[in-house]
Design a protein around this ligand. Sequence first.
Ligand code: NAD
Length: 248
Amino acid sequence: MGDYKNTIIITGASRGIGKACAEIFAEEGWQVVIGYHKSEVEAKRLEASLLEKGFSVQAIQADVTKQEEVKQMFSKARATFGKVDALVNNAGISQFRLFTDMTEQEWDQMFDIHCKGAFFCTQCALEDMISSKSGSIVNVSSMWGQVGASCEVHYSASKAALIGLTKALAKELGPSNIRVNCIAPGVIETDMMKSVSGEIKQVLCEETPLMRMGSAQEIAKAILFLSSEKASFITGQVLGVNGGFVIG
Ligand code: NAD
């Protein structure tokens, strides 16, 4: 029993916040599945560097919007590590568009990745969690899902939906001792912010009480906390990790 290692699946883990999660969970002794979509080279490189350090990790490909691929990712994870104890629904995209210019395809893609992806992955994870009466799910939303962002209506709406999913699911799964929580990051320096101009980044930093962008590691630490025993009585919550940008 003392040797038991928890297994976690992290989607979108080849870079950014997901990669920081893979690293920190591996360092904390978890068995980690590095879920990736298209970035095979980066995912395999991360897998190799963590294996070299003696950690238990495996990179597994899946587009979270494809149910069959998600099912296969979970089967492969179970074949390597046994049951799945925790899940981080981190995969995401961003896009700046005037609402009036937005296409149906752009709207659907946002909801498919953020909401349907979380739906597919969570259903698979629950196969183990319900029978073992334990588990943790952390959904990565955004502060824009809490307060809305101009020119990101589809992003904000889909991230708000993820908060609703978190709260409802926490109520449904609480009796099975499965916790479901949400992280709402503020402005975090990852590839997702690459398309944002230096000028806008500066304005965002000035609007952040801590006067800077956050790091992927700072989000990963909060996700680790919510996934761990330290958060054993926390469920259905939205934890803002945003330098004070959104308070209350
Ligand atoms: P990122 O672009 O570096 O990482 C996103 C990851 O999601 C990538 O690895 C990408 O391949 C993966 N992904 C996208 N579509 C996928 C799909 N269909 N199937 C599987 N994987 C897919 O950005 P990040 O900043 O690390 O973002 C991680 C999460 O944090 C996202 O959900 C994002 O919305 C959220 N977030 C980021 C910020 C920020 O400022 N960076 C702020 C709030 C919330």
